[in-house]
Design a protein around this ligand. Structure first.
Ligand code: SAM
Length: 307
């Protein structure tokens, strides 16, 4: 989970001058640790109705989307996070016909969702249309599937969407790919007990839910809170992890809730011809093996079930 927008020193050009194209983009993982990426060019920078949107051309990871000073995704390493957030739930679910994505405006998650066998309808509820439009312009690899006829995009708050969802339109799988709960960004409302209750009510029998729950290195309290809430709302709660080079601490977690199927075991596979760069069935299972650093931050019955 990323936090603390960059300080004023970060986004300056050579010799500290106030320059629209910073020599380095910095993000504070904590008050004591900053990550920096060398920037070739600022491709876009503007305020939307919800957040400050930047697109940076970085030397190391290529094009990067930054929201309110927090790096969201890069062309260079996005596949890890998107494969793991999409393929773990969808290949553990027996028939993920209807999938809801809340957030995900860069398009990477729905691209992964739409290539899973059995997916018939995807609804992406993204609060900020400007993010989708910017992603279409600058992140073609992420947005390659936004024209898929099975996809419906709704521009509204995920909490509002669930509040007026007709129960007959429930989902097999719900994935939350939103900005972090800190600060005053739009993502805060997606990390509350009320929200997790609304998610459960929007799931069909055997439904599954997954969301990013940040890095236990810098923000263990987010993982603690999400895992506790999901464990209270769902009969099965599981936590899994991967490493994302551009996220602070690299170690990154996801929390899942299930109304039935066991998330740890992939019961389906991608077609033989499908290529992945991080996910494999064995990586799927191994991702649920929790190092003590993570296990100590989740409810004991979750840690015991994954020991
Ligand atoms: N992979 C990134 C991460 O791990 O932080 C998330 C990327 S995606 C760009 C995050 C999206 O969540 C943003 O486009 C943002 O507008 C959207 N978002 C934040 N709060 C939301 C809400 N309440 N409802 C719907 N979308 C929301």
């Amino acid at each position: 989970m990323k936090n603390l927008p960059p300080d004023s020193l970060a986004n300056t050009g050579p010799r500290g001058s106030a320059d629209p194209t910073p020599a380095w983009f910095a993000e504070a993982a904590s008050p004591h640790h900053r990550l920096q990426w060398k920037v070739r060019r600022t491709l876009y920078a503007a305020d939307s109705s919800y957040q400050h949107i930047e697109v940076l051309d970085t030397e190391q990871f290529g094009t990067a989307l930054v929201l309110d000073g927090i790096l969201q995704t890069t062309a260079g390493d996005e596949y890890i996070y998107h494969e793991m957030l999409a393929l773990v739930p969808l290949l553990a679910h027996p028939h993920p016909a209807r999938v809801l994505v809340i957030g995900g405006g860069d398009g990477g998650l729905v691209r992964e969702v739409l290539r899973v066998p059995g997916v018939e309808q995807v609804v992406m509820v993204e609060i900020d249309q400007a993010v989708v439009e910017v992603a279409r312009r600058f992140l073609p690899g992420h947005t390659a599937a936004l024209g898929d006829s099975r996809l419906t995009i709704r521009y509204e708050d995920g909490v509002q969407y669930l509040s007026h969802l007709d129960p007959s339109h429930a989902f097999d799988v719900i994935l939350v790919d939103a900005t972090d709960p800190d600060g005053d960004g739009p993502g805060q409302v997606l990390y509350t007990t009320e929200f997790h209750r609304a998610v459960r009510a929007a799931l069909l029998p055997e439904g599954m839910y997954a969301q990013q729950s940040g890095t236990p290195v810098y923000n263990p309290e987010v993982l603690e809170r999400v895992a506790r809430d999901v464990d209270q709302e769902f009969p099965v709660c599981r936590v899994y992890w991967c490493t994302v080079p551009t996220y602070p601490g690299s170690l990154f977690t996801f929390t899942m809730g299930s109304l039935g199927p066991e998330p740890i075991v992939p019961i389906r596979r991608l077609p033989e011809a499908a290529t992945t760069r991080w996910y494999t069935p064995r990586v799927h299972a191994a991702a649920f093996a929790l190092p003590p650093l993570v296990a100590e931050r989740v409810p004991s019955r979750v840690a015991a079930a994954q020991a």
